[in-house]
Design a protein around this ligand. Sequence first.
Ligand code: 5IU
Length: 289
Amino acid sequence: MASPPPQDAAAAHPLTTYLQRLIAEKHSNLCVSADITCATSMLSLADAVGPSIVVFKTHADILAGWDSHPTTGTGAQLAALARKHRFLIFEDRKFADIGSTCQLQYVGGLHQIVTWAHIVNAHILPGKDMLRALGESAAAWEALNVPAGGNEDEAPSRRGLLLLAQMSSAGNFLDETYTSHCVAIAREQRDFVMGYIAQRPLNSLPGDAFVTMTPGCSIPPQESLDDSEFVPGEEDALGQQYNTPRDIMLRGCDVIIVGRGICNAKDPQMKAEQYRKLAWEAYVEKREK
Ligand code: 5IU
């Protein structure tokens, strides 16, 4: 029997392709995670670090003062900043309920995530029908938001999902078998799944073109270059474990995710530039090897 034709890079999700382009053009592998609790400050942070990043990660449910107006509210303002600075918005919602409930969490409530977040993420614990459910909601949104076309610099009018394949926290239960289930499911649902949150790349077959975004990243205190009050070390007091931007890039990951190391710095804009540069240098080094 003839084997199926090998899948090439064309199998990449459109948002993955766009993200790779942003990485190359902005010389950045940086995702800033807005782990702050005020909606206005979150928008200011996005504007300040926008030139240095390719992805901006949010936790909408920790923000006080969220304005849900569809065209002038917080989500719409963040989407405008994403267009201005050219970055993707990733709502770190970690969906983990039955399909029907996840659909409501994705499109409804105060945040109406699907309307402003290019990317969301999900655990596979409830089973893969839940991903199909989220994918259907994404497709319904896409059908109503067909791009006018013409502007190649804009993000494609698509929605994508990252599977939570590995976590950075000590003692987590996402073992190798669990991770391999994520990989199998990602390959089945390429229309919607664009990649992983993981500690190392998980692509191993020719057709795999999934992006890897990696949290648990900090610059060692001795390299920090300023006197910020919060400089993460190798771990925090609550189980978070850190690796350096360089280590993560040399493993072959695509994007580092940095929260408090940047948000809690005295000058987040300057600190984001420091992370961007360190990660980009290691990324280039890895590619030239
Ligand atoms: N985050 C992790 N580890 C994970 C996953 C998500 O740290 O395995 I999945 C999130 C949590 C926080 C950000 O929003 O990434 C990291 O923040 P710090 O850089 O402040 O530790």
